[in-house]
Design a protein around this ligand. Structure first.
Ligand code: FAD
Length: 686
């Protein structure tokens, strides 16, 4: 073995699945010195996760890649529920929307995980520039030891985590497949043993080893997480497995089943349940309950599981309809279990994300979405802390916010998968059976959670209490009338929820825009000013007074935080992908204005304070920060009274941090205090 070399890095990411790649994307965009290692030779080429929820698509869009996934994916608009009738024959019982309309501008879409990993990797590479180091995915590399120097975890300039990395041989890094001519996902399944221990035990003829000292290490290494196990007993996952075993086939089906291009949840009288997911490129994913391979008491005879066994079971469930195929793309099998970790970080220096801290059944299409949601939440915090723009204690909010989501996910999956795997009740007196109407209702009621748009982070330093009690950060206590007035300022904009999208018109050129496209994921906070009807002189005066106050008191470059007075992002080049935070322009707050006055009654440059159209001597005025709200529809949607207006502070991940009124007495100082609790003073002010 060669001698271990030592290097330093700000962030070391272990695992390049969906969670690791989403984190790598943030690091690449924010220009943070990062290494990403994965023990496999390559990314997934087919199969595995395929369902992208609305919120994930919104997040992709904020990175400028939503359109790619959206165009290539199959969009699932409809879901059908098939249950046995009195004669035991399956019948379509109900057909409805797969995603509740108007929750998002997207609907659930389906594209295989490998393709999405490719899109993420391409975007990570494309983010490199002379100022932003290339974040490369290093394959066939795994950690063999991790040590935290606890004496320096509070020193933000220290590199307290030392990791030994081993470079694997191609043979070690290539997973074994069951069949020589067909890809399977069994090696990643919870029915298979993980190979990490075997690889670690192999000391003969091992490859090069090196030591890396990191400021932060993030375990994105999946359900068998080595990072989690290394952190100790208190990082064990808690939960249980059920007896339910499911097989998965990705095939181009040949069938007379009428709903094969709809999502279907099918319960047969005798042979178990099945789910159909219509995919891209004529593929269909078939999930089939495999009752025959369970040996009871949670044990499974894995040798019995083959694509033919899964197909045979699917045929029985679908009978009298027929099912066959000539082309199969991928297959796997898994056992349903729900487990969640108690702790998601150690000393805010090592973090756990994704399947490394929560595992469950894949049928509600959540794992990859929630895993990327974890690192989307962590990434900007970690990146801005590394760049010394954000106070390190903000990292506490990662565990606070994402553990709550993981627990909700496990509770939802527990209920949903048991109802799905249960035998359909024959009638109301059949207590041992599952009620199919309860199953449909559970699916409908969980829509807000499943789509990801219902996420509501609890109050913290980042997310003010919606009734304002906890949001003052040490400033004055509001009077009851102030509380009522502020709570009504933007009734549908709740701190902790994502800032939803509405169509608004560019003040400068009348182009309609989804407002979310003007909040790209570039590491910046936003102050969205809802000006109301600024054709009224008093309302215009209030908005301009706020503009002047923002510039002078809160956002001045010589105070904290720093405002973006540079021309803002131009989403025209691909959904807000340009104008990333750079070392020359580390501005961290953008200001946008949405007003409900008739557009032709307002002159952008002449009527409005310059904070709403900042000037750059090379690039001129910024015409992209002011929007007219045609007929006040967006104000109505956001719950803003056009006669009063409101101010909404949005975090870099698109979640609302604080809502306040437009008038000074409504609490502009709260806004100042909120930013002051998060951001570090600019060097010029310290
Ligand atoms: P993983 O995807 O497991 O990635 C972990 C990465 O870490 C891998 O690349 C691995 O090689 C690497 N690694 C592991 N150990 C080490 C180590 N010691 N050193 C270095 N690298 C290591 N989710 C959805 O949201 N929607 C769906 O439709 C969906 N469908 C699914 C269908 C099936 C059949 C299955 C099995 C899962 C499905 N999921 C779905 C779940 C989804 O695949 C996972 O939740 C998701 O992949 C988790 O992402 P992750 O990045 O946390 O972990």
């Amino acid at each position: 073995m060669e001698a271990a070399a030592t290097s330093k890095v700000d962030v070391l990411i272990i695992g390049a699945g969906p969670a690791g790649l989403m984190l790598s994307l943030w690091m690449a965009k924010l220009g943070v010195k990062t290494r990403v290692v994965d023990k496999r030779t390559g990314k997934i080429v087919s199969g595995q996760a395929d369902g992208f929820q609305c919120r994930t698509l919104e997040i992709f869009d904020s990175f400028g890649i939503g359109h790619k996934v959206w165009h290539e994916a199959n969009h699932m608009h409809e879901v059908s529920f098939w249950n046995p009738d009195e004669d035991g024959k399956i019948r379509r019982h109900h057909r409805g929307p797969n995603t509740q309309p108007k929750l998002s501008r997207f609907t659930e879409a389906v594209l295989h995980q490998g393709r999405v990993e490719s899109i993420l990797i391409d975007t990570i590479r494309a983010s490199a520039s002379p100022k932003h180091p290339l974040v490369e995915i290093e394959r066939s590399v795994m950690p063999t030891s991790l040590h935290i120097d606890e004496s320096c975890v509070d020193d933000e300039d220290a590199y307290p985590v030392e990791v030994t990395l081993r470079h694997l041989t191609e043979e070690e890094a290539t997973p074994t497949q069951r069949l020589s001519n067909l890809q399977d996902g069994l090696y990643r399944s919870n029915l298979a043993e993980d190979d990490t221990e075997r690889l670690l035990a192999n000391t003969a003829g091992v490859g090069r080893e090196e030591k890396v000292k990191a400021k932060y290490v993030v375990g994105c290494d999946g359900a068998h997480s080595w990072v989690r196990k290394t952190l100790g007993e208190e990082y064990q996952m808690k939960g249980e497995s059920t007896d339910a075993i499911w097989g998965v086939l990705d095939i181009i089906p040949i069938t007379d089943f009428p709903d094969i291009r709809s999502r279907c949840m099918i319960h047969s009288a005798e042979f178990g349940a099945m789910m159909i997911i219509p995919r891209e490129n004529k593929l269909v994913r078939v999930y089939t309950q495999l009752k025959q391979v369970s040996t009871g008491t949670g044990r499974v005879d894995r040798s019995q599981i083959t694509p033919d066994v899964i197909l045979e079971t699917a045929r029985k469930i679908l009978s009298p309809y027929t099912l066959d195929y000539h082309y199969i793309d991928w297959w796997t099998a898994y056992q349903i279990g729900q487990r969640v970790g108690d702790r998601f970080s150690k000393h805010n220096r090592v973090f756990l994300t994704g399947d490394a801290v929560h595992t469950h059944s894949p049928k509600a299409g959540q794992g990859m979405n929630v895993s990327m949601g974890d690192t989307y939440n962590l990434g900007w915090k970690l990146g801005l802390v590394c760049k010394k723009l954000l106070q390190p204690h903000v990292l506490d909010t990662y565990e606070l916010e994402r553990r709550q989501i993981a627990r909700q996910l496990i509770a939802f999956d527990h209920k949903f998968s048991r109802l799905f795997s249960g035998r359909p009740a024959k009638d109301a007196s059949d207590e041992a059976g599952s009620s199919m109407s309860e199953f449909q209702q559970a699916f409908r009621e969980a829509q807000l959670f499943i789509t990801g748009v219902g996420i509501h982070y609890q109050p913290s330093i980042l997310t003010s209490d919606s009734d304002l009690k906890g949001g003052l950060q040490g400033t004055e206590t509001p009077s009851q009338s102030q509380v009522t007035s502020l709570a009504e300022s933007a009734a549908h904009c709740q701190p902790g929820r994502r800032f939803a999208s509405q169509i608004v018109l560019s003040q400068a050129d009348a182009r309609p825009w989804e407002l979310q496209l003007h909040l790209p994921s570039n590491g910046r906070f936003r102050v969205v000013v809802f000006g109301g009807d600024i054709s009224q002189a008093t309302q215009l005066a209030t908005v301009n007074k706020l503009g002047g106050w923002l510039q002078a008191n809160v956002l001045s470059p010589t105070k904290s935080p720093r405002i973006s007075l540079a021309p803002g992002p131009d989403p025209r080049g691909g959904s807000g992908s340009s104008q990333w935070m750079t070392d020359e322009d580390p501005s961290i707050v953008d200001v946008l204005l949405v007003h409900s006055a008739p557009r032709d009654k307002i002159e952008l440059l002449q009527d409005l304070h310059e904070v709403f159209h900042p000037f750059d001597k090379k690039l001129g005025w910024d015409y992209g920060k002011v929007f007219a709200d045609d007929h006040g529809k967006a104000h109505k949607h956001y719950g803003v009274d056009p006669g009063r207006g409101a101010v909404v502070a949005v975090r870099p991940d698109g979640y609302i941090g604080l809502v306040t009124g437009l008038q000074a007495e409504d609490g502009w100082t709260r806004l100042q205090a909120w930013f002051g609790g998060l951001l570090r003073p600019s060097p010029s002010s310290s």
